[in-house]
Design a protein around this ligand. Structure first.
Ligand code: FAD
Length: 417
């Protein structure tokens, strides 16, 4: 079933009886060429590109809950390519290019909205750092404009320019950045993978990884054993637990990140705005809700909910920057489990176990990475060599110290990224 304007018209005129489910409810087969553990954004995009780019369709995605029920459906949906360091810069640049063609590629409306991302700066040092970052973005072929204070005022007139604690010096404007609808991305990739023959198996928890003579042979699941030539672990916040099934200890800590959404308001915020110094960022959804968040909760946990001190801190920061939102009522808040890597950058690599691959370390930025992650990880799985855009995302960099990508200059401490 393809979506088109004509199709909507036809269904509208015939009682909407012709729509079919987006994907089959597959049951596990005894054996697959590739088993992907985790039906989040990265697992589903990996399955999609394995089938589409490499013709590997004897693939199962095993999801312990329902597709899109993890962080892919819990994030604040910001998409951008404003990374400064070699390794990340080309990877996120590739991802944004894939985002730009994603709806046509998937024949699915993921509500990609390139409304622009503006990072605010509040000191000379921060402005210098943004100038350097902007230059790196432009060197990579992406867009960046360094705004002065008046430039920010033109774009974001509703900010409090009089507050003295964090005076606004300027901002880095990335026009091609923006947002997309998070769960539609999961559904779009799921539908595309299913159409190409991939089995999407929900309510199927992996509880063991089978290894013989240093080679992976399959997985144990809550729905029985499944043999596999290759197994890919793509479980974001649960990565350490799943890797432990293969006897591995990953350089990952799981931390909580919260998000908040208000009642629907008339359009007031046209961009994504970040206030790094105060730990706050915000955008407005197409339904009108203000969607915002801040920093990690600062302790390791597997609870997908946050605590009040961080909620208060985020609200305070928001009020400092834009007092106009004071009366908006917060309707919902939630938390997700972040797979924090020591340098704040992801891992896309083989492991020391033959046929076992790992994709994790997305920290709080893995939504924007979903297209490039699936694209490059599928390349690694299919060809057993890294895609050049992800060649630096090696697992061993934390052991050797070579090639660390400490994007935010916070050092190798998970909870400072
Ligand atoms: C509040 C919040 C805001 C965020 N904002 C942004 C943002 O604005 N921009 C951005 O780029 N990123 C953002 N992120 C980060 C982004 O959401 C994550 O980095 C990304 O979604 C993680 O990858 P995933 O989609 O594959 O994870 P998930 O959707 O969590 O997928 C992992 C899946 O693995 C499954 N699983 C785990 N263990 C097993 C098992 N044993 N067997 C089978 N299945 C298993 C889980 O059930 C889950 O569905 C945010 C995250 C949060 C929580």
């Amino acid at each position: 079933m393809r979506f088109s304007a004509l199709r909507i018209l036809k269904e509208g005129l015939t009682g909407n009886k012709g729509w079919t489910p987006h994907w089959r409810d597959a049951s596990p087969k005894p054996e697959y060429d590739v088993v992907i553990i985790g039906g989040g954004g990265h697992g589903l995009s990996t399955a999609y590109y394995l089938a589409k780019e490499h013709g590997i369709t004897n693939v199962a995605v095993l999801e312990k809950g329902y597709l899109g029920g993890g962080n892919i459906g819990r994030n604040t949906t910001i998409v951008r390519a404003n990374y400064g360091l070699h390794g990340n810069s080309e990877f996120y640049s590739l991802s944004l290019k894939l985002w730009e063609g994603l709806e046509q590629d998937l024949n699915y409306n993921v509500m990609m909205s390139q409304r622009g991302v503006i990072n605010l700066c509040h000191s000379d040092g921060q402005r210098d750092a943004f100038a350097r970052r902007g230059n790196a973005m432009r060197n990579q072929g992406d867009d960046a404009i360094l705004l002065d204070r008046e430039g920010v005022r033109r774009e974001l007139p509703y900010l409090d320019f009089e507050q003295t604690r964090f005076p606004i010096y300027g901002g880095l404007y990335h026009k091609r950045g923006g947002s997309a609808r998070h769960d539609a991305v999961a559904w779009g990739y799921a539908r595309g993978a299913d159409q190409r023959g991939v089995d999407l198996i929900q309510n199927c928890e992996v509880i063991g990884i089978d290894i013989e003579n240093g080679k992976v042979t399959g997985v144990q699941t809550s729905r029985g054993p499944i043999r596999a030539k290759k197994v890919a672990m793509v479980t974001a916040g649960r990565s350490s637990q799943v890797a432990a099934m293969a006897g591995m200890r990953l350089p990952i800590e799981s931390h909580i990140l919260q998000a908040f959404v208000t009642e629907g308001l008339k359009p007031m915020i046209d961009h994504v705005v970040t206030f790094g110094m105060g730990h706050f960022y915000i955008s407005q959804s197409d339904k009108g809700g203000l969607v915002f968040g801040g920093d990690l909760d600062f302790y390791a946990s597997y609870a997908a909910r946050g605590n009040l001190p961080m909620a208060e801190h985020v609200m305070e920061a928001g009020m400092t920057l834009m007092p106009a939102i004071a009366k908006a009522k917060v309707l919902r808040s939630w938390g997700g489990i972040m797979d924090m890597s020591p340098d704040g950058s992801p891992i896309i690599d083989k492991t020391h176990i033959d046929g076992l691959y790992v994709n994790c370390g997305w920290c709080y930025g893995g939504f924007k990475a979903v297209p490039a992650s699936g694209f490059t990880f599928s390349h690694l799985i299919a060809q057993d060599r890294p895609h050049e855009a992800a060649a630096r995302h090696r697992l061993d960099r934390f052991r050797t110290g070579r090639g660390l990508m400490d994007e935010e200059g916070t050092g190798a401490q998970h909870n400072l990224h």
